[in-house]
Design a protein around this ligand. Structure first.
Ligand code: SAH
Length: 397
């Protein structure tokens, strides 16, 4: 049955939806209902008027983000079903533990909820909407979170979507506590290490949850090493390196606020540890001025150099330049952890940029590990675009 808000696709444009890809591009649409508003729930039909899916409408190249391929209501119960499936997966694989209460509960398309991110820090959930529809549905999402996790276990639910919603969207949305708000900072635990999470002022939801497993791998290599953690933000890699027995750790970030967060987190775990020093400086400048053969272990985890397709070429040059600078400085027998979190850059493109840097440096380089995002940032098999974090661990002679 077709209803008020029906979208009809052009002939043959239903193929990707039949393969459960959750996006409808604007060019695929033949007919739009009158009076449709951003954030509305719409049903999508093929040119033959067969039901394909239901989702959130938005102005832009992705017109509909499909929430379900069944003709079902998008109500609190729907969000309860989706979020409990996400929660069950995290608890079953052992991510929600006393010594690890920091994890991503909902990862957009990866958890069949396009446009929605929810990160958990102990008794706090931070919600981020990347679509107008998820902004519109935030009360339903809060109700569902409380049902799934239990209202008593969730003291705070903070909504933080400034900068993630489309710039031109005709909505007024502010970052605010939807539940709680008495405690504004929180010490969360990741693999037994403590981090002070500042979701009000920090980047993203306050912490980069996606490097948990890669930090743990770094910890294993850190013993006795002189470590340089570039783009340290809240110091995740630095704190793991210190626990792993590093001889010394230098943390670098251009943001003074990030550097002070790193210092705080080091102190929280290792009071008065003289092995750690931090620098508020530009990464390229720092590498250029650093003394060759100082570092055994270097981490390069920069922000996304390409946020859209038009920026890919410049971004690849940026990755090449950055990796070259590190490869020129690292000690022989050193290990380089290098990452890209740009969604529009493929694994192959990133590897080629690092390969070019290695070739220019002329050093002997072997790949020890190829890294990606952790299990709480799953990739929906029908939505390969969800694979965004790429990393290489290189042994450099
Ligand atoms: N590795 C971090 C996350 C890095 S986020 C973690 O594990 O949590 C990227 C960081 O790079 C941000 O903190 C940002 O302030 C910093 N940054 C951006 N441009 C920079 C530059 N040119 N030099 C140094 N730091 C930079």
């Amino acid at each position: 049955m077709k209803e008020k808000y029906d979208i009809i696709l052009r002939p043959k444009k239903e193929e990707s939806l039949r393969r459960f890809h959750p996006w409808v591009f604007s060019g695929a649409i033949a007919k739009m209902p009158q009076g449709i508003k951003e954030g509305d729930i719409v049903k999508v039909f093929s040119a033959n008027e067969e039901f394909l899916g239901i989702g959130h409408y938005q102005i832009g190249s992705i017109s509909v983000r499909i929430l379900s391929f069944l003709d079902e209501a998008i109500d609190v119960d729907f969000y309860v079903r989706q979020i409990s499936s996400a929660y069950k997966m995290r608890t079953e694989i052992g991510l929600s533990r006393a010594d690890n209460n920091t994890f991503r509960l909902v990862h957009g398309e990866g958890d069949f909820l396009p446009g929605l991110i929810v990160d958990i820090y102990g008794k706090t959930a931070v919600i981020q909407a990347h679509s107008v529809g998820m902004d519109t549905d935030k009360e339903k999402i809060v109700a569902a979170l409380q049902q799934v996790i239990g209202a008593e276990k969730l003291e705070n639910i903070y909504y933080k979507s400034e900068g993630t919603l489309p710039f031109k969207a005709d909505i007024e949305s502010t970052d605010e506590y939807l539940v709680g708000g008495k405690s504004t900072d929180y010490i969360a635990v990741e693999n037994g290490l403590k981090f002070n999470i500042d979701w009000l002022r920090g980047q993203k939801t306050g912490f980069f949850v996606d490097q948990r497993e890669n930090r743990r791998l770094l910890e294993k290599y850190a013993i006795g090493k002189t470590v340089l953690n570039m783009f340290c933000y809240t110091g995740g890699f630095s704190v793991y390196a210190l626990r792993g027995g590093a001889k010394s750790v230098h943390s670098v970030d251009s943001s003074a606020k990030a550097v002070s967060l790193t210092d705080e987190n080091v102190k929280l775990n290792f009071e008065n540890d003289t092995r750690h020093t931090s620098f508020s400086e530009d990464a390229f400048k720092f590498l250029k001025e650093s003394v060759t053969d100082t570092y055994d272990l270097i981490i390069l985890d920069p922000p996304a150099f390409a946020k859209h397709r038009g920026a890919i070429n410049n971004a690849l040059q940026g990755y090449k330049r950055l990796n070259l600078a590190a490869l020129e400085k690292i000690k022989s027998g050193g290990i380089l952890f290098t990452f890209s979190c740009s969604q529009v850059i493929s694994k192959e493109q990133f590897r080629l940029a690092v390969f070019s840097a290695a070739a220019i440096s002329g050093r002997k380089v072997r790949i020890l590990h190829q890294l990606t995002q952790p299990a709480d940032h799953p990739i929906n098999i029908y939505h390969p675009e969800g694979e965004y974090l790429k990393g290489l661990v290189l042994f450099v002679e």
